[in-house]
Each structure stands twice: as structure tokens, then as C-alpha cells.
Design a protein around this ligand. Structure first.
Ligand code: PNS
Length: 161
């Protein structure tokens, strides 16, 4: 059983994340989407909300589950018997930091990182940009799943009122 982890903040999950998760699910027997919880970071959605949105959008994939972790990703991988970390690479600008993390995770726990090139239509996509554009009333309906769009609009509406 070859199990991979797709880690991230997923605040919120975008179509770009889903692209990488679905492609990881086609390569590995099992994929755990690992939501990083870092209390010091200011998030739009709580960890439970981020996991709930992810569970809804990965429901069509039989071999994908969602979990969360605090602390080191490598500790989560060890606990969950994860063989490899899957990361999307959007552009060369992602590479330096991702390579550094991959080498650190390999040094810490011997866990491999597999890089998957992001599909070109999502190469500019980031949760932070989606939140910014949606916050100013821009149309992000082609960038996030429909269920996420509804929650995003609701949350931004709550913040405004
Ligand atoms: O979606 P993000 O914010 O790019 O996700 C980053 C995440 C959660 C994957 C990364 O920050 C992480 O792995 N955090 C866990 C802490 C850790 O293991 N740090 C050492 C990395 S070498």
C-alpha cells in the first residue's frame, strides 16, 4: 500500500489544489490530504471548516481522505505511514522553497517529495489571491469548487457586516 500526503493550508481549497490531489490519487494507492494547523497564522476558515470543504470536494475519490496535523509534517507522515509527500509546482518561483522543504523533510525522516507540475490553467492560482479578489467583489467562480465559493462569499459577507 503506497500512501502519499498532500499537505497545505487549504484556506480555502482551490481548483489548483484539487488538480494536484486528483493526480496524486491516480498515482498512489491512498492519498491523505493533510491540513496544517498553525495557531499563529491568521486564517479565514478554521481547521474544521477547511477540512469540511475538502471532504466535500474529494468525496468522488475513493482513495482520498482528509486529516489535519500540528507541528512537523514529517511526524504526521510517520504516524500515518506516509511514503511520499506530493507537492504541486506552479512556476520556477515555487521551486527554491519547495526544494528546501523537500530536502529538510528527507533529512528529518527519509520521506520523499514528489513534485507534480500544476496544470497551466492553474499556474497563477493561490488561496491568498482568491481571497483578495473575492474580497473586492471579483469573480472567482472558475477558480474554486462551487461549494467553496458559497462558503467564501458567506464568510466575506460576515466579515464585512
Ligand atoms: O499551503 P501552504 O501554506 O503552502 O502549506 C505549507 C505547509 C503546511 C505544507 C508547510 O508549512 C508545512 O509543511 N508545515 C508543517 C511544519 C513543518 O513540517 N515545517 C518544516 C518544513 S521543512
Amino acid at each position: 500500500m503506497r500512501r502519499a500526503a498532500c499537505p497545505g493550508s487549504f484556506d480555502p481549497v482551490t481548483n489548483g489544489h484539487l488538480d494536484i490531489i486528483s493526480r496524486a490519487a491516480a498515482i498512489f494507492d491512498e492519498v491523505v490530504v493533510a491540513v496544517g494547523i498553525n495557531a499563529s497564522k491568521n486564517r479565514l476558515f478554521t481547521a474544521d471548516e477547511r477540512m469540511q470543504m475538502l471532504r466535500e470536494v474529494v468525496a468522488p475519490y475513493d482513495n482520498v481522505s482528509v486529516d489535519c496535523f500540528e507541528g512537523l509534517l514529517t511526524d504526521f507522515c510517520r504516524r500515518r505511514g506516509v511514503l511520499a509527500i506530493v507537492k504541486g509546482l506552479r512556476a520556477v518561483s515555487d521551486f527554491d522553497y519547495e526544494l528546501q522543504m523537500a530536502q529538510m523533510n528527507s533529512t528529518l525522516a527519509g520521506i520523499e517529495t514528489v513534485f507534480v507540475p500544476t496544470s497551466p490553467e492553474y499556474s497563477f492560482l493561490a488561496s491568498s489571491l482568491v481571497k483578495e479578489v473575492a474580497g473586492f467583489g471579483g469573480d472567482v467562480s472558475s477558480l474554486v469548487p462551487a461549494s467553496v465559493l458559497t462558503r467564501l462569499q458567506d464568510r466575506l459577507g460576515e466579515e464585512r457586516s
